[in-house]
Design a protein around this ligand. Structure first.
Ligand SMILES: CNc1nc2c(CC[C@H]3O[C@@H](OC)[C@H](OC)[C@@H]3O)c3nc(N)[nH]c(=O)c3cc2[nH]1
Ligand SMILES: [Zn+2]
Length: 393
């Protein structure tokens, strides 16, 4: 008979295969096979928090080369709720996206609720920002929700360790002791997630999340603890939470290369185009960020040659496309003058067209990164990328 300890755990065949096709330094060109399809890495994942990438139709996402998008446990639990989603067999049929979906666990969103939440060993109690209902999100409930969503990649329920403790004004940095407690809590929650994920017999892939704040020795302990649980993929959490860029890079340069080479690595909530290229150079395969879509709605456009603020009057009569090197629908058919006009008039087509361009830019940047890795020219690409971005629009 099998020993009764955890070592008797019979891991389910997780819905994930990952192969590293090429490496250049710590950068990796890979292929991730999930239940709803194959994803070429490194990859950027558009954020679709409420079951929609704001203002962008699924067919436009396909057209621009999106391979996997994000959904969110916290938001979808509140609205539309699991009773609506269950009959659809999950998120794919509900939102008309039939390729892979990754869902975040709600840990980050609950953390950002601030003092409207109460954290305990068991989980997080909070009042619904939608209707004030008293809710209780635990590792087990997060797994049950993501099981209903049927997302291809399920994120563990974690606590995103803050960079600043308490209110921002106080500016008090999180101490090593606080970061340790938070990291160890997330490790205990990781184990509970895994047990529940297996009890549910979820056929998808569960990722652990490395915490530890800005303390590299805590990051190492978090990684070691997660490795004992042998998740099919790992994310780096607790970054892009208000820390200076140099701090994010210091932690990333430490932990990125230490992640297990044969598993996919996901850097959560990051970042600018420069952050993505730096992340790839430090062993990251997957990225998500609200920037391309959120900034698009505020007229902040990314281009090969730098950023462009659409509201600036200099674009009122500018007949050029946003980015003359871009092949997206927006750059192929419309001028900066037209987009400036739509923005001035508050026309809804404005954010739709600027979102298409920004997402296309991020996705195309990662396509160029993949091609440079295929050709063994990532370092050369990285230098050219930096030169181009400094040129000016
Ligand atoms: C922005 N910076 C940042 N985002 C972060 C997210 C949300 C990722 C992503 O999930 C999306 O929901 C679908 C979020 O956007 C609403 C975010 O893009 C994180 N999530 C978890 N579970 N743990 C973290 O430590 C964590 C750290 C982050 N830092
Ligand atoms: Zn474009």
């Amino acid at each position: 008979t099998l020993p009764s300890s955890a070592s008797a755990r019979i891991p389910l065949p997780s819905g994930l295969q990952f192969e590293v096709l090429k490496t250049e330094g710590h950068a990796r060109r890979g292929r991730l096979t999930l239940n709803h399809g194959v994803v070429e890495t490194p990859i950027f994942m558009p954020v679709g928090t409420y079951g929609t990438v704001k203002g962008v139709m699924p067919r436009s996402l396909e057209e621009m080369g999106a391979q996997i998008i994000l959904g969110n446990t916290f938001h979808l639990w509140l609205r539309p709720g699991m009773d609506v989603l269950r009959p659809f067999g999950g998120l794919h049929r509900f939102e008309g996206w039939h390729k892979p979906i990754l869902t975040d666990s709600g840990g980050f969103q609950v953390w950002s609720l601030g003092d409207m939440r109460k954290i305990s060993e068991e989980g997080v109690k909070f009042a619904s920002p939608v209707n004030g209902d008293k809710l209780f999100l635990t590792p087990e409930v997060s797994m049950q929700i993501q099981h209903v969503l049927n997302s291809d990649v399920v994120m563990q329920f974690d606590e995103c360790t803050p960079y600043i403790m308490g209110d921002k004004a106080s500016g008090r940095l999180t101490t090593e002791k606080e970061a340790r407690y938070s990291m160890e809590l997330s490790l205990r929650w990781a184990k509970r997630c895994q047990l529940e994920f297996e009890r549910l017999q979820n056929p998808n892939a569960l990722f652990g999340i490395v915490q530890g704040g800005m303390f590299t020795h805590l990051r190492d302990e978090s990684l070691a603890g997660l490795e004992l649980l042998d998740f099919p993929g790992l994310a780096v959490g607790g970054l892009s939470v208000g820390e200076p860029k140099a701090e994010m890079l210091r932690v990333l340069e430490h932990i990125g290369p230490r992640l297990p080479a044969h598993k996919p690595h996901y850097l959560m909530g990051v970042g600018t185009p420069e952050d993505l290229v730096d992340g790839v150079a430090n062993g990251i395969d997957m990225f998500d960020c609200v920037m391309p879509t959120r900034n698009a709605r505020n007229g902040h456009l990314f281009t090969r040659y730098g950023d462009l603020r659409l509201r600036n009057t200099r674009y009122k009569t500018d007949e050029r496309p946003l980015d003359e090197s871009c092949s997206c629908y927006t750059c192929t058919n419309f001028s900066r003058a037209y987009l400036h006009h739509l923005d001035r008039c508050g026309e809804m087509l404005g954010p739709m067209l600027t979102s298409v361009h920004n997402l296309h830019y991020y996705l195309d940047l990662m396509r160029e990164v993949r091609e440079s890795l295929d050709a063994g020219g990532f370092e050369a690409f990285r230098r050219q990328f930096a030169t181009d971005r400094a040129r000016g629009v």
